[in-house]
Design a protein around this ligand. Structure first.
Ligand code: DGY
Length: 293
């Protein structure tokens, strides 16, 4: 919804179904006199001031779980497409540039038996790790906490971010956007990565400093990037990153399968209906609103 229209309506509405492009900030919420529930059609909640919702005792629903596998599939698709240079090959064929088979045409890197670093071993990061075991990868992860039981079940090893960046052939970002993860990957971090490395982002665009990434891709500081998410979104077609052959960008399609979007929609509607009926939301991101104190 257009932000001006939402601001004009917010005082009247009792339930709000929103998603990633909608900015739900404190100023808007303070005018929401009748609002009893917010239901976000996504798992990530960085477009919304969750602390303000909790203070105002507005329960917020979201869609965890149902999109995990589809989003993990997207991460693998991006990584493989990027390391094996599939978009460049596709463009060559489409543009009539494919003249003959050649032993050095569009050589890429291998995913199998490589070392992959996963930044954020939550639901989606863990699902990515499970898939990469099938490619015989050595798996590293980082995050705010070590996850000892996951280390055993998924065969992943914990490293601090700088060590992971130095060691990994491919790095996948699957961490939520919070103040502490904003521009987690900037100039200093990109310098630590291998010149042959791939950077994949299936989380949120602002995890990466886009200018620093464009410079790193232009100078060969890293080999390639594959982004499902960008900063800004949508990214303009004349953005430096869009114009680079070694940067694959798709328009935030992580969970975009028919079945998953249907499951997300159902979950979002269930959350909304529960909130309007005065019931506890089935998937509530701020359950503290139900504390009696
Ligand atoms: C989410 O749910 O946060 C995803 O980014 C949507 O695809």
């Amino acid at each position: 919804m257009d932000p001006g229209r939402l601001a004009a309506l917010i005082g009247e509405i009792e339930g709000l179904l929103c998603s990633i492009p909608d900015r739900i900030d404190r100023g808007l919420l303070e005018g929401a006199r009748n609002l009893r529930v917010i239901s976000q059609l996504a798992v990530g909640l960085d477009n919304l001031d969750l602390a303000a919702c909790t203070e105002l005792r507005i329960p917020v629903g979201h869609t965890p779980g149902v999109l995990t596998d589809t989003t993990a599939d997207t991460a693998i698709a991006l990584l493989l497409a990027s390391v094996r240079r599939l978009p460049e090959g596709e463009r060559l064929v489409r543009n009539g540039g494919w003249e003959r088979w050649s032993s050095d045409l569009l050589l890429g890197a291998d995913l199998h038996h490589s070392t992959v670093g996963i930044v954020g071993l939550g639901r989606i990061g863990s699902a990515i790790a499970r898939r990469l075991r099938g490619f015989d990868c050595r798996l590293l992860y980082t995050g705010p906490n070590r996850k000892v039981s996951a280390e055993e079940t998924l065969g992943v090893s914990y490293l601090q971010l700088p060590d992971l960046l130095r060691s990994a052939d491919h790095v996948i970002l699957s961490a939520p956007l919070r103040s502490e993860t904003r521009q987690l990957i900037g100039r200093a971090e990109l310098k630590l990565m291998k010149p042959t490395a791939t950077l994949v982002n299936i989380a949120r665009g602002p995890l990466i400093d886009p200018e620093a990434l464009a410079d790193a891709l232009a100078t060969g500081e890293i080999a390639r990037a594959a982004l499902d998410v960008t900063d800004p979104e949508p990214i303009p077609p004349d953005h430096r990153l869009v114009l680079m052959d070694n940067c694959l960008i798709i328009p935030h399609l992580g969970s975009a399968s028919h079945a998953t979007r249907k499951a997300m929609a159902q979950m979002a509607v269930d959350n909304l209906a529960a909130g309007l009926a005065g019931e506890r939301l089935p998937a509530c991101a701020n359950p503290e609103v139900y504390d009696s104190s």
